[in-house]
Design a protein around this ligand. Structure first.
Ligand code: MG
Length: 397
């Protein structure tokens, strides 16, 4: 966190997300190919280029966080995360203190929930403008339902006037010194459980302006919300494309072959400029074909000495990263190896897992098959191995 510009965004991501179920916190659950948090961070980076984005995470989640953030460029404004505290309020305060510890402090800070991944550019801009004008501002939406206050017996005690009620969202936006001092005062007075930052500002005596939020700015809380959010993400990835790849490498002297990024013992090797991983090459070409973005030779030319003996996992990882950098996901990879030997059955599951790992997609989206060619042709004569692959990707329309 070298340079903190005028605007910083604290992303509250330290929660345990227990209402969504499962073994990992909801902000790290995979939604349409990426962790929920990666969607949120990506949306904030697009909405506020140049802002410092500071995630506050749980100390148990560092590995999960690092894999969520791995795809972002170091220059994208994403700061090293800080560890949160025992309540949301404490976590946000620790994020604000990290910003306060910098040489140059932001003028405006937005505080955003990791679980609101559909944050729009418009709402971010409105929040910043509202904070500049009002000092403290939060987005609020009108309620569809009538709200009743109930008594201890579960009976209606009051019907609240709906026109003056708002359901408040994030990002909540503040002048930095205002909210930092409010958080410090509240913590010093033992006020620790306020559930949003507006409440901290209110407690400190500030007037908090409410501007129009967006109904689309949903907060993912339950497992049903996760399903709704994923369907919405996939609905936005409606440019569905298929690419095919084909590759052959000839046998030569050697004691192993590379297939799907794994070293497999054999009485020959495969000849090639790189490691001659025929399966990985075919899959890489299938992905590049689906992107309509050249082929493996155009991205990693054999004439370039840099690729001599290279691990082909680099090529596949790069093609998969290209899909993600276009905002897309790999829906499926299906590949077939054609050879008489080595026998593939003992290695097939490990190869499948390896491809899934390299492409960073779930195992159930990878199929690896093998066949002989019944002794016919160059593969039948054991002169080499052939591989065919098909990849389906989904891109934003
Ligand atoms: Mg090749």
């Amino acid at each position: 966190m070298d340079k903190v510009p005028d605007l910083a965004i604290v992303v509250a991501a330290a929660g345990r997300g227990s209402r969504a179920g499962g073994t990992i916190p909801k902000q790290y659950k995979n939604l349409a190919g990426r962790p929920l948090l990666a969607h949120t961070l990506g949306a904030l980076m697009r909405a506020a280029p140049g802002a410092t984005i500071l995630p506050v995470i749980h100390s148990d989640d560092l590995d999960l966080y690092q894999s969520s953030a791995a795809s972002f460029e170091a220059s994208a404004g994403l700061a090293q995360p800080v560890f949160g505290g025992t309540t949301r309020q404490a976590s946000v305060r620790l994020g604000l203190e990290a910003l306060a510890g910098q040489l140059s402090k932001p003028n405006i800070v937005l505080i955003h929930d990791a679980a609101r991944l559909f944050i729009s550019d418009t709402l971010v801009n409105q929040a910043v403008a509202a904070a500049r004008t009002n000092g403290a501002a939060v987005p609020g939406v009108r309620l569809a339902e009538t709200i009743k206050e109930i008594d201890a017996d579960g009976n209606v005690a009051a019907t609240l006037p709906r026109t003056r009620l708002r359901a408040v969202q994030t990002p909540q936006a503040f002048r930095f010194d205002l909210i930092l001092n409010a958080h410090r005062s509240a913590a010093a007075k033992g006020i620790l459980e306020l559930t949003d930052d507006a409440a901290v500002a209110e407690w400190a005596g500030h007037r908090v302006h409410v501007f129009a939020g967006e109904d689309s700015n949903m907060k993912v809380t339950t497992s049903k919300d996760l399903a709704i959010a994923e369907a919405r993400l996939l609905g936005d990835l409606a440019d569905i494309r298929t690419g095919q790849g084909y590759d052959v490498h000839a046998f030569g002297p050697g004691a192993h072959v590379w297939l799907g990024g794994l070293k497999i013992a054999h009485d020959h090797g495969l000849i090639g400029h790189s490691d001659a991983d025929v399966l990985t090459h075919a899959i890489t070409d299938a992905l590049l074909g689906a992107l309509a973005d050249g082929d493996i030779g155009s991205h990693f030319p054999p004439s370039d000495p840099k690729w001599r003996g290279a691990a082909s996992s680099i090529f596949l990882a790069a093609a998969a990263a290209k899909v993600r950098s276009r905002g897309g996901v790999i829906a499926h990879i299906d590949a077939t190896l054609v050879c008489e030997r080595p026998k593939m059955r003992p290695h097939r599951d490990a190869i499948r897992a390896s491809i899934a790992r390299i492409a960073e997609i779930p195992l159930d989206r990878v199929a690896i098959k093998a066949t002989t060619s019944e002794g016919l042709g160059f593969t039948g004569r054991e002169e080499g191995i052939a591989s065919l692959a098909v990849a389906t990707i989904r891109l934003p329309l």
